[in-house]
Design a binder for this molecule. Structure first.
Ligand code: TYD
Length: 230
C-alpha cells in the first residue's frame, strides 16, 4: 500500500485560481446523473459557470471510443480497455478541461474519472491499481479533481436498480454481481489512496438527503479555496 500511496501522491489538482474540477463516482444505479444535475444547478445559482463532461466521451474522438467500448459485443482485453479509457481522458483534458478552467469562475464536473479506472479496470478487471496509476503518470493524466463525490451503494442495490430500469444492458452492465462486488472493493481502495480528495456519500438514501451531504462538500471546497486565493 505504501508504494501505491507514494504513486498516488504524485497526482495533483489543476491550479487555476477561481476555477474548480469536481468528479462524481459510483457503480451503476448510484444516482450520479441526478446528483450532477442538482450540483450544477446549485453552483450556477451561486454565479459559477458550470460544464458537465462525461467519461468516456466529451470530445468527438472520445465519443467514438465510448461507442466502441460500450457497444462491444465481444470481450475487450482489460489492457486495451485501460488504454481506451486513458485515451479518451487525455483528449478531453487537453481539448476541453484545461482550456475551460482558464476562465475564472468555471466549475468542470466530470461524470466519472480516474477512480472509475481504478475500480473497473484495476480491481474488477484485475489489472491492479499500480498499473492504473503508472499508466496515468504522464501529464495531463496526472491531474486529479479538487473534490470527488463517491456515491456508495451495495452491489445488490445496484443490480436491483438496474433491473427496475429495464433498459438494454451495455458492456459493463452485463457483468454479474461478483463484478459489482469487486467494484465496491476497488472504490474502497480509492478512498484510502486519496483520503482528502474523495468524499464517500451514503447514496442509499433519498435524493435530497444525498444532495445535502454533497452541498456541504461543495461549500467547503469553495470557501476553502476563496481563503487560499485571497
Ligand atoms: P455510462 O453509461 O456512462 O455509465 P454510468 O451511467 O453508470 O456512469 O458508461 C460508462 C461505463 O464505463 C461504466 O460502466 C463505467 C465504465 N468505465 C470504466 O470501466 N473505466 C473508466 O475509466 C470509466 C471512465 C468508465
Amino acid at each position: 500500500m505504501s508504494e501505491l500511496l507514494s504513486l498516488a501522491n504524485e497526482f495533483r489538482p489543476p491550479a487555476f485560481p477561481g476555477s474548480y474540477f469536481i468528479s462524481f463516482e459510483g457503480i451503476e444505479g448510484a444516482g450520479k446523473s441526478t446528483q450532477i444535475i442538482k450540483a450544477k444547478e446549485y453552483l450556477e445559482n451561486q454565479g459559477h459557470r458550470v460544464l458537465v463532461l462525461r467519461e468516456p466521451g466529451g470530445t468527438p474522438f472520445g465519443e467514438k471510443l465510448r461507442q466502441a467500448i460500450l457497444n462491444s459485443k465481444n470481450d475487450i482485453h482489460p489492457v486495451a480497455e485501460l488504454h481506451l479509457f486513458a485515451s479518451s481522458r487525455a483528449q478531453l483534458l487537453e481539448e476541453v478541461t484545461l482550456r475551460e478552467l482558464n476562465t475564472p469562475g468555471t466549475v468542470i464536473i466530470y461524470d466519472r474519472y480516474i477512480d472509475s479506472t481504478i475500480a473497473y479496470q484495476g480491481k474488477a478487471r484485475g489489472l491492479g491499481t499500480k498499473s492504473i496509476l503508472q499508466t496515468h503518470s504522464t501529464f495531463p493524466l496526472t491531474l486529479v479533481p479538487h473534490k470527488t463525490f463517491y456515491l456508495k451503494i451495495d452491489p445488490e442495490t445496484s443490480q436491483s436498480r438496474q433491473k427496475m430500469r429495464n433498459a438494454p444492458k451495455d458492456y459493463f452492465e452485463r457483468k454479474g454481481l461478483d463484478f459489482y462486488k469487486k467494484l465496491v472493493e476497488g472504490y474502497e481502495e480509492v478512498t484510502h489512496l486519496f483520503p482528502t480528495r474523495v468524499v464517500t456519500i451514503d447514496a442509499d438514501r433519498s435524493i435530497d438527503n444525498v444532495f445535502h451531504d454533497i452541498k456541504i462538500g461543495l461549500d467547503q471546497l469553495i470557501s476553502q479555496s476563496v481563503g487560499v486565493h485571497e
